[in-house]
Design a protein around this ligand. Structure first.
Ligand code: NAD
Ligand code: MG
Length: 393
């Protein structure tokens, strides 16, 4: 059997390290070609010496020498700089690119991988939020498959195997509700990043953990689902399921509902995306019904967690609306983590920026870049005003 050549963009993160575990457990299935990281030189060096990819990219140029000195003797090629990400994805022996890097930075290398006709295992949902129309159109034109890694979308994808997309009536994306499920706006006023970073069911990178607490993550997943499965906004619903066992559901036009279930463990959707359509045997812990005598479902609190409706609005507007929302959110989440703004301001500033940003109905690549930049600047200004206010009060 020919091994699948894998490139991991963002190998030092939560998804990246779990993907390496999956690949290590199946050396007969996968061959690792490329690893990349933003600035964690030590971890990237350790990973490269252990897994011996053809090359690595360390994005931050100030640590290039450190990485190169450590790997040159081992025969691993080292590159640096953002532009290198978009180049290494085209290497010949790569069959699939796992986009496990966080945020807007995923867009350009993902587009480059698609143009190079590499399949995509997509964890970086921001890419589809920012430019879903462009990304999915280029994938179609280049005959490239986009396999979802996000657990909800992997669930939908698994439910759809053997089905027709046209038979979907609607889908339900499940949401854990995050650490603040059931909290009032008043109670959320003074929550700290430490509280927001404590997700009840999943251990993930900081940005997506904050997005989960604010329901921005679920909003982004709604947009992600629209592009992956070609759905209308009214076909996508969100249901809160605090146990995170039912990963999502599809309702078909005959009323039948299929769900995909399992313990909350990203290694399964990562493995399925990399090995699809094969179901590879593994020794991940198995679900036991007796540990979960109750699976419960409830409505999301859209009044308190405004980000969810904002994402629906961005999806209805189309064009560059979601690109502006994503840019604002990357800035506000960082500002919240740095204690510059409060938790509720994340959603408030996101909304202001989305409404005030330049809007392009039928954008090309350059329009996304321009709207992203403008929205970031605007969000930065709003955050600094918030900071001054916070100091006064
Ligand atoms: P993380 O913060 O743990 O890791 C991010 C990785 O991206 C690191 O390797 C880092 O070096 C790299 N990176 C960060 N900024 C970069 C930049 N500007 N340029 C290049 N590389 C950069 O994040 P994560 O939790 O692994 O999430 C990664 C992506 O997967 C996100 O888009 C997230 O929404 C998505 N996702 C994550 C999970 C999860 O369980 N962690 C689940 C579903 C989807
Ligand atoms: Mg998810």
């Amino acid at each position: 059997m020919k091994k699948t050549g894998v490139a991991i963009l963002g190998s030092t993160g939560s998804i990246g390290t779990q993907a390496l575990e999956v690949i290590e457990a199946h050396p007969d299935h996968f061959s690792l070609q490329v690893l990349t990281a933003h600035r964690n030189a030590n971890m990237l060096i350790d990973q490269a010496l252990r897994y011996m990819p053809k090359c690595v990219v360390i994005v931050r140029e100030d640590v290039y020498e450190e990485v190169n000195d450590a790997l040159v003797g081992a025969g691993v090629q080292v590159y640096s700089g953002e532009a290198s990400l978009a180049q290494v994805v085209a290497l010949e022996d790569i069959d699939i690119v796992l986009t496990a890097l966080v945020g807007y930075a995923g867009l350009t290398p993902t587009l480059a991988a698609i143009v190079a006709k590499k399949d995509i295992a997509l964890a970086n949902k921001e890419t589809l939020v920012v430019a879903g129309e462009l990304v999915t159109r280029l994938a179609r034109e280049n005959g490239v498959n986009i396999y979802p890694v996000d657990s909800e979308h992997s669930a939908i994808f698994q439910c759809l195997l053997g089905e027709q997309l046209t038979a979907i009536e609607k889908i339900y994306l499940t949401a854990s509700g995050g650490p603040f499920r059931g909290w009032s706006k008043d109670a959320l006023q003074n929550v700290t990043p430490q509280q927001a970073l404590k997700h009840p069911n999943w251990s993930m990178g900081a940005k997506i953990t904050i997005d989960s607490a604010s329901l921005m993550n679920k909003g982004f997943e709604v947009i992600e689902a629209k592009w992956l499965f070609n759905l209308r906004p009214d076909q996508i619903d969100v249901i809160v399921h605090p146990q995170s066992i039912v990963h999502s559901l599809v309702q078909f036009q005959d009323g039948s509902i299929k769900a995909q279930m399992g313990l909350p463990d990203m290694k399964l959707p990562i493995q399925f995306a990399l090995a699809c359509p094969e179901r590879v045997k593994n020794d991940f812990p198995r679900f036991n019904f007796m540990d979960y005598p109750q699976l419960t479902f409830e409505k999301p609190d859209r009044g308190t967690f405004r980000n969810l409706d904002l994402a629906y609005e961005a999806m209805e507007l189309g064009g560059t609306a979601a690109c502006a929302l994503n840019a604002a959110n990357e800035v506000t989440v960082q500002a919240f983590l740095e204690l510059k703004i409060g938790f509720l301001q994340v959603g408030e500033i996101n909304e202001k920026v989305m409404r005030a940003s330049n809007f392009v109905q039928s954008p090309v690549y350059e329009d996304y870049l321009a709207v992203d930049k403008e929205a970031r600047n605007m969000a930065g200004l709003f955050c600094s005003v918030g900071e001054i206010k916070g100091q006064e009060g």
